[in-house]
Ligand binder design. Sequence first.
Ligand SMILES: [Zn+2]
Length: 463
Amino acid sequence: MIETEKLQQVAEKSAEQRCIDPSCDARFELNERLYVCPRCGGLLDVALEAYANADPEGLRAVWTSRLASFEPRDRSGVWRYRELLSFAADAPIVTLGEGNTPLYDAPVSAAYCGLNALALKHQGCNPTGSFKDTGMTTAVTQALILGARTVVCASTGNTAASLAAYAARARLQCAILVPRGQISNAKLAQSLDYGAAVMELDGNFDDAMRVIRELAEDESIYLVNSINPFRIEGQKTVAAELLHQRDWRVPDHIVVPGGNLGNSSALGKGFKELRNLGLIERLPRLSVVQAEGAAPFAGLFESESEVLKPIEHPQTLATAIKIGAPVSWKKALRAVLESAGSVLSVSEQEIADAKAIIGRDGVGCEPASATTVAGIKQLVASGIIGSDADVVAVLTGNILKDTDYAINYHQEKLYTHDRAADKTKEERRLTGTYSNPPARVKATKAAILEGLRRHEQEHSGNI
Ligand SMILES: [Zn+2]
């Protein structure tokens, strides 16, 4: 233990916020309340320089010993790896026992993709049902350190639900600002229960962002948007937890959904830091999969252009990744290129079918998460991933985040948003390739046995 406290002190001393643009390279104190680089407007990283004397074996042993501890810091799948974080040993941490998410073997999904084996790291098993919790525990802890009274975000989705929960835990006021009419029910329900002030604004998303920037000038208000570098810090520990679960065997490929690209950025940073620490010798190839109606990052990757071209009206039923101008694209691009990964897009039909297949492994996820399995299927078909490769897909949200989607798919009532004038409603309907609708059956033993026989018959041809 003394060993780790020493490590942590070294980390504390040499951590700083740093502009990610190498031509700027501005550096700032850890506890300066910044959102972007004040010099050039670029994104900020939290940089740790404590790795020179790292002891990989010692770190592994400490992290493993914490699995048997009941201390909240050790129970958290983020704070268990606190040597990777910039926070002081006595930081007022705000935790809900995040992380600790399962790594499932998924044989049905593997066969569907053409792989011998596939593992699913299910970040939807976090306390509020999405991967956002691993970043929110660190961002809200930072809000406390900075003395904020109120935390704010502009989202109706997983971010809002997560921030509302951690703010409640920290006894901070939480404001969720959204354009009127943009609220989705399942996720809104969470924010309301966690006691957040949910405010519907007249105007569009840009108006919401403008108001938020003005609010953030107030010292008592801390903005927890997706460029907040302390969120990335928490999220990067997923790399450590995943490798710990695999006894530090590095997968060949890791595949994640791409929306705002904070998750890809965080994983890339996590793996790179673990390599710098000597815990692993190589990086897994990090690939990002987007929905084709919201794929500006895939467009950038294909065009080999230098600058991301935003999509004005992104469209996908996978609402968690319905983002036209991903703020973290520079960090994500860096991570993909450094690891020789790929960026690709998949159709709405591919997402819907992949989601149903993941379900057949007994694993439920929200639509955005299923882009991974759909993308892996493409990457195997094109030979980028070999059938015997060691592949991990990261699922980002729980199935209960969007039950309407699942019900509509299985009842063949799922329609894409493609509003092209020449398309009829029927043409916009997605096929329930692996649909499993409920059946109406008489309340007799014979009818139920017959129903089971028919169900088995109807699904025997499927995976
Ligand atoms: Zn800068």
